[in-house]
Design a protein around this ligand. Sequence first.
Ligand code: PEP
Length: 247
Amino acid sequence: MRRKLAAGNWKMNGLAADLAQIDMLVAALPSCDVDVLICPPTTLLERMSRRATGIFTGAQDCHAATNGAHTGDVSAAMLVDAGASHVILGHSERRADHGETDAAVCAKLLAAWAADLVAVVCVGETQAQYESGETLDVIRRQLAGSIPDGPTSARLVVAYEPVWAIGTGLVPSLAEIGAVHGFIRAELAARFGERTAQGVRLLYGGSVKPGNAAQIFAVADVDGALVGGASLKADDFVPIVTALNAA
Ligand code: PEP
């Protein structure tokens, strides 16, 4: 049985005052039987980790090195030191804004695992790739290049996030989501074995909202969601977590 996971990616949003959202989340979730993860900006990570009782906290990126002359970067060990248990890696915004290649993401995963972080690795096609029917080829390439050998189901989560669905209000059809998630699990099984593949949680990400969450969570092989905009306010995120709990 895979334990479901509702993950929030705050991206570059959030000041100290927004930690009140975490208090509301903690108050609203005691009866939930799913894992809840919030990945705030690094500046809030330690403070959020201290007050997020019953909620995992994570980061949105890490450097591949353990320490050294990398101005502005943060290592996986530093994130653990600040209270993180998870780290999002290979988000499409980092791939686009910072030119992160699959090889770079792969090196970061190794660093994350060495520090005992759970890696939430993101894959997904652009709109042009979607329209030209390349989705599965892109996903296959990103999985092969971004995930190193040696994953366990406890330390790897894969998020399918079509780039064209992120922050746009657009969502693939439920059949498309199911097909890609099934494909991802089959790819993981072919490379790492059925046992590992069956244990890895697969999240859907891209314009998940309170109004569409339940439908998406009913799709086979969807074990939760990676949520951007709708994770910023407890009023939006709690109904998503509740829908996952009921799925
Ligand atoms: C994301 O960026 O990971 C994401 C899924 O964003 P949104 O939910 O806002 O589309």
